[in-house]
Design a protein around this ligand. Structure first.
Ligand code: AMP
Length: 542
């Protein structure tokens, strides 16, 4: 017997419609690529999204057609999110930091029909045009006055497209399992693979993401997503903010410490989210200028492990609450958040930090377990570590076009992360399975070594990688960047590890560099580092 409730599909368009009807005057403020600020409210964003949806129809972008974006966080990108998915097409957010060959590969693989781009990317688009086989039109996301001069065939102007239409448009209704958004994840081996989010899963995920123990969104928050809208939809914030009626502040391409700080202050931002490297830049700037936050109260940090030292500084010196989070593109992306439980109210500071350094417990909707190499489940004792498997309604069932075959094992998705789960349910990542350092048949956690290195007052950023060793197979070395003016010798840094890890985990060497390589999503690029240090000779191996 079916229940007797209204049968309404869960569509992305309902989010912007809701924000317009009930939070119509709540602002979206953007730092534009043309220079200056743009401000309007949800009601105007909704109007323009509907006009754009009409324009897309007129251009011939129909149901299921892929419409790509190469764009920063800004109000036009936000409108495209809703116009494309709302009208039944699929928005394909491309990471412009990828190599041009990778962009060409994924745009061709996705069979993108239109490409919308911020004018900063016009030179890149000009270079890409000859390689993009399925694209029928390019749209510069600007007004007539700033149209790029590059040679891009049949180039269209975003503002002209929007202005040519009225907003007399009803969002269509369709099966909510329809694909809404396509994000490619850069596999470290093989080609990038597409993750196709559904309307239904996007809405359920946005509900869950807004919960108090997750982003804790409300109509009283002012949210600045530093995480780009081209990296798994800025962790779903462009969906959660309209759902909750929160004000949005979109920083464009200005992600340096000074620009972000000014925006946090001038727009009275209360909540932000991004990868650890972003906070590094911000903290350096704020320390140098002796600044404080006036309104910011919570930051969500994830995408790669947030060093405990960073959590401590943000909380103790800047009065913020840090929420360490874990997820993946294949999970829409949110999986776990490290927040405290009621029983932790009276634990001491160090015990609290130990919890916050972990990646956290699952959000309702995500189930997880750890397994050994034979697939047998391991205990949740905080000691046994194994492969993390997940399942849930916003987790991938297969990659776009079946790339890579069936990714599931007995209905679970293997994350590629090696983790422990403690008896209280907190998951902690030991490593990405390919980054773990294998020494004498045992595993050393690169994340743990990195966390110790960056706790040294003179170290800004550090990577731990395994280098070849004739006897032990691999031994760990630390590749580190010093803080401006930071003074520490190799021997001093090695001594800093003493007593903090088992003897055989002690790094064999330290190499100081000016800069560490990062991936297109701001994570340490262990792959390029391992490549760079592949012939490194350890003195212990002599
Ligand atoms: P992506 O799909 O690009 O977001 O990458 C997902 C991967 O990033 C995960 O499988 C983890 O290896 C890593 N990751 C994400 N968040 C964290 C975190 N808080 N700590 C450590 N690794 C993380």
């Amino acid at each position: 017997m079916h229940g007797l409730m209204m049968d309404m599909p869960l569509l992305v368009s309902s989010l912007i419609r809701h924000a317009d009807r009930w939070h119509g005057d709540t602002e979206i403020v953007s730092k534009t690529v043309e220079g200056g600020m743009h401000r309007y409210a949800y009601s105007e964003a909704h109007k323009r999204a509907r006009r754009l949806a009409k324009a897309l129809g007129a251009l011939g972008a129909g149901m299921h057609d892929r419409v790509a974006t190469l764009a920063w966080n800004g109000y036009r990108h936000f409108e495209i999110y809703y116009a494309v998915a709302g009208s039944g097409a699929v928005i394909h957010t491309i990471n412009p930091r990828l190599f041009p060959e990778q962009i060409a590969y994924i745009a061709n693989h996705a069979e993108d029909k239109f490409v919308f781009f911020d004018i900063t990317f016009a030179p890149l688009i000009e270079k890409l045009v000859p390689q993009l086989k399925t694209v029928k039109g390019y749209v510069a996301m600007t007004g007539r006055a700033h149209m790029p001069k590059e040679k891009i065939p049949g180039l269209l102007c975003y503002e002209e497209l929007v202005e040519a239409q009225d907003d007399d448009y009803e969002w269509p209704s369709f099966d909510d399992r329809t694909g809404a958004c396509l994000c490619y994840t850069s596999g470290t081996t093989g080609n990038p693979r597409g993750v196709l989010l559904q309307h239904r899963t996007t809405i359920i995920h946005a509900y869950a993401a807004s919960l108090p123990d997750v982003f804790c969104l409300s109509a009283r928050e002012v949210v600045l997503p530093v995480v780009p809208m081209f990296h798994v939809n800025a962790w779903a914030l462009p969906y959660c903010c309209p759902l909750a009626g929160a004000k949005m502040v979109l920083p464009g391409q200005h992600l340096d410490g000074e620009s972000l700080y000014q925006l946090f202050e001038s727009e009275e931002v209360t909540l932000s989210a991004g990868v650890p490297t972003v906070w590094l830049g911000l903290l350096n700037y704020m320390k140098q200028e002796k600044l404080r936050f006036s309104t910011l109260k919570r930051v969500v940090i994830g995408g790669s492990a947030c060093p405990p030292a960073m959590i401590r500084i943000l909380q103790e010196d800047y009065g913020l609450e840090v929420r360490h989070a874990w997820g993946m593109t294949e999970m829409s992306p949110l999986g776990t958040f490290a927040v405290l439980k009621a029983k932790h109210a009276k634990i001491d500071k160090e015990a609290r930090y130990a919890i916050q350094a972990k990646q956290g417990f699952p959000i309702f909707g995500v189930d997880m377990k750890i397994v050994d190499q034979d697939g047998s489940e391991l205990p949740r004792d905080g000691k046994a570590f194994g492969d993390l498997m997940v399942r849930g309604p916003w987790i991938i069932s297969g990659y776009f076009k079946g790339e890579g075959g069936d990714p599931l094992r007995d209905g679970w998705f293997p994350t590629g992360d090696v983790v422990t789960i403690d008896p209280e349910g907190y998951m902690q990542i030991t490593d990405r399975s390919k980054d773990v350092i294998k020494s004498g048949g045992e595993w050393i956690s690169s994340i743990e070594l990195e966390n110790i290195a960056v706790a040294h007052p003179a170290i800004a950023e550090a990577a731990a990688i395994g280098v070849r060793h004739p006897q032990w197979d691999e031994r760990p070395i630390i590749v580190a960047v010093k803080k401006p003016g930071g003074k520490v010798s190799k021997e001093e840094l090695l001594r800093f590890f003493e007593g903090k890890v088992a003897k055989w985990w002690m790094p064999d060497d330290v190499v100081f560099v000016a800069e560490l390589p990062h991936t297109a999503t701001g994570k340490l690029s262990k792959l390029s580092l391992r490549q760079q240090f592949k012939d490194y000779k350890l003195s212990s191996a002599a």
